[in-house]
Design a binder for this molecule. Structure first.
Ligand code: FAD
Ligand code: NAG
Ligand code: NAG
Ligand code: NAG
Ligand code: NAG
Ligand code: NAG
Length: 597
């Protein structure tokens, strides 16, 4: 009996184990069968990114990185990324043109500088192996002053050039300010306030703040509303930065960076202007960062492709996109009926001109953008001392920033554009480079033929071969009369065209190359504590509970801070939100299927 019982038990056990094993095998096949949808391959999660500037490019880059880093134990849905841009290039407001139409001389037409604490740009520069230069300006060897600040009558400040060739020639306000007994503790207090604000801002990159679904909440949580809610003037006063330093130095900086006086820009953006330690730029153009980001991660990139319509299919929850380019539309519909699960608008809503249907419940508020004229040109002439009211032998600084006199600062402070620029008439003039087109970059090695160099042109370039490359920021187009007076050459426009005096009529011998660009460069950063969120909502549950409908928006970030880095941060943030939501959704599905089992 006992024996039998033991045997019986053994048999039962074996059978039981077998059953278990079988069951396990079965359940595995069952699970597999269940997690693979009926179609042969899993349909990827399709994302459309509208805009390939800093924001859209970074979204693509981090979407791919986050979706790889944070995969679930079970195989997660692959992400398929399509990027659209109306321009024929990647980069948006970050782009170069070639001075003298010569590829040896790329020059930034938009965003030109970022700083070392800009983690996204700095890391990308490193990870893509791009060459960053810390020497933002190349000085002309024979000039005494690197920089001057002009109020329309006088130079209120001049910085001598450094002769130490190893160091970057422009080393920031602090080196200069150190030398100055004139401003007392103001430079130190400015630096402290800047450090504090930057420290709070850096929390935006890390948990628990990151990722954030509302800029306003992140701003509150870090205490930065104390800076964004007030004008630069007020924040500096609170930090006990004296008026003289604020007006002569800091306002020159808000004018060159944001075309605003201290009364017309919020405190945080003001301090951003002073956070220029570790300034750098990518040698052949900052757009290389964004180009690398997109090309290394996007599955498809459509340039010359202006998106005109985003149509939501309420039943399927997907979006269809239409562009102004019929060829692209045909390709989209042919290949996959142009259907996307997620759409990300990475451009200011008010300029994107996209029709959403069904219409959005709340559209991003229209905000005033700065109308900025950028004039790039080359000329054999230097800046004329006479233009600045100096005697003919005086040295004119290589770069001239501008500010206002005491009384005008208060009066024009909150105004905009031509009404804010005051007596100087422009925001800034920079001498960017000295060019020697006949000899620059010509290498007379053993195999190359150097006889094409004209006789007399030495290796360092002859005088006739010297061209100065300038950049001017102004609130209105420059006139021929203005430029001839700035450079000190004779010119009078035809009498009948007194009111139409474009630069293009200037003689080629005086202005050897010209490129004019009108930008909506950045918002007027007026004090505020509320910001657009990252969702574009067409349903109540989205707009009142923040549950995304699948459409996201980046450019609300620009009212907080408008830089390449902050747009890229908005992109990285939305990428994390999208991947997080996708994983939550998958986890939910898996839980459901587990429960059904
Ligand atoms: C002259 C100038 C100087 C500046 N200096 C600096 C600086 O030194 N440092 C700094 O950090 N920042 C600077 N900035 C600001 C900086 O350029 C911007 O903050 C940043 O580049 C914005 O990036 P973004 O991706 O948000 O927008 P954008 O670069 O404007 O990108 C949006 C893209 O969307 C595309 N788009 C719009 N609508 C559609 C549509 N319907 N369909 C398809 N595509 C569409 C546009 O073509 C564009 O390429 C400067 C800007 C200017 C203009
Ligand atoms: C974009 O359009 C321009 C002008 O029509 C054309 O020259 C260029 O080749 C196009 N670029 C791309 C990438 O389609
Ligand atoms: C940048 O790189 C550093 C060092 O590799 C890393 O710790 C950090 O998380 C990166 N930041 C971003 C925003 O990619
Ligand atoms: C905006 O789009 C509409 C319709 O797609 C078009 O008619 C209009 O010209 C566009 N406006 C701008 C400023 O591009
Ligand atoms: C060098 O260039 C000159 C003028 O262009 C030409 O005449 C000559 O043959 C070239 N010499 C060689 C070695 O290529
Ligand atoms: C953004 O989201 C927050 C929190 O959900 C909400 O209180 C705020 O009203 C939203 N802002 C806008 C402009 O919709």
């Amino acid at each position: 009996m006992l024996y039998n019982t033991v045997l019986a038990h053994a048999i039962v056990t074996v059978l039981y184990l077998q059953t278990l094993a079988l069951a396990a095998e079965n359940s595995q096949t069952l699970l597999n069968a269940d997690s693979i949808p009926p179609q042969p391959r899993q349909r990827p999660h399709r994302v459309a990114i509208i805009g390939a500037g800093a924001g859209g490019s970074s979204t693509s880059y981090y979407l791919q990185r986050f979706s790889q880093q944070h995969s679930l134990p079970c195989e997660s849905t692959p992400i398929h990324i399509t990027v659209f841009d109306s321009n024929p290039y990647v980069g948006g407001r970050t782009t170069t043109v070639n001075a003298l139409d010569d590829s040896r001389y790329p020059v930034e037409l938009g965003a030109s500088i970022f700083v070392k604490i800009n983690h996204i740009l700095y890391n990308a520069t490193r990870d893509f192996g791009l060459t960053a230069s810390v020497k933002i300006y190349q000085s002309a060897p024979d000039s005494k002053y690197e920089l001057g600040i002009w109020d329309g009558n006088d130079f209120v400040f001049k910085a001598e050039r450094e002769d130490d060739e190893d160091r970057s020639s422009w080393r920031g306000w602090w080196d200069i300010a150190k030398l100055l007994w004139k401003y007392g503790l103001a430079p130190i207090r400015t630096r402290q306030a800047t450090k504090k604000a930057v420290g709070e801002f850096l929390k935006f990159y890390e948990e628990p703040i990151f990722p954030f679904s509302s800029i306003g909440e992140a701003v509150d949580a870090t205490g930065l509303h104390a800076y964004t809610g007030l004008t630069g003037k007020d924040v500096l006063q609170e930090a006990r930065v004296g008026d003289l330093f604020s007006r002569e130095i800091i306002q020159a900086s808000t004018r060159v960076n944001y075309a605003s006086n201290l009364g017309g820009i919020h405190g945080l953006e003001t301090l951003v202007c002073m956070a220029i330690e570790g300034a750098m730029a990518i040698e052949d153009g900052n757009w290389h960062i964004f180009d690398e980001m997109v090309r290394s991660t996007a599955d498809e990139l459509f340039l010359n492709a202006t998106v005109t319509d985003v149509v939501k299919d309420d039943k399927k929850g997907t979006f269809q996109l239409k562009t102004a380019n019929e060829d692209i539309n045909r390709r989209l519909t042919m290949e996959y009926s142009a259907e996307y699960d997620t759409v990300i608008l990475a451009a200011p809503y008010q300029f994107a001109n996209i029709t959403f249907s069904p219409p959005l419940i709340t559209v991003p508020q229209k905000i005033p953008y700065v109308s900025l004229y950028v004039t790039l040109f080359t000329s054999p002439h230097r800046l004329s001392p006479a233009f600045f009211g100096l005697d003919s032998q005086a040295d004119v600084p290589l770069s001239v920033l501008t500010t206002l006199s005491l009384d005008l600062s208060d009066e024009l402070g909150p105004r905009r554009g031509v009404d804010a620029v005051g007596p100087p008439g422009f925001w800034s003039i920079s001498t960017l480079r000295v060019l020697h087109p006949k000899t620059d970059g010509v290498f007379c090695g053993p195999t190359s033929n150097c006889t094409e160099l004209p006789a007399g042109a030495g290796a360092d370039g002859s005088e006739e071969d010297t061209q100065y490359l300038y950049k001017i920021f102004s609130p209105a187009p420059l006139t021929g009369t203005f430029l001839s007076s700035l450079l000190g050459f004779q010119y009078s426009p035809e009498p009948e065209s007194k009111h139409d005096d474009p630069l293009s009529r200037l003689p080629k011998s005086e202005i050897t190359w010209l490129h004019e660009k009108h930008w909506h460069s950045y918002p007027y950063e007026l004090p505020r504590t509320t910001f657009e969120n990252f969702t574009l909502c067409s349903t109540e549950s989205c707009s009142s509970h923040g549950i995304s409908d699948g459409a996201y928006y980046l450019s609300g970030m620009e009212s907080f801070i408008s830089t390449m880095e902050t747009s890229a941060l908005a992109g990285m943030n939305v990428a994390r939100l999208v991947v997080r939501d996708l994983h939550d959704e998958q986890e939910l599905k898996e839980l459901q299927s587990d429960m059904e089992l």
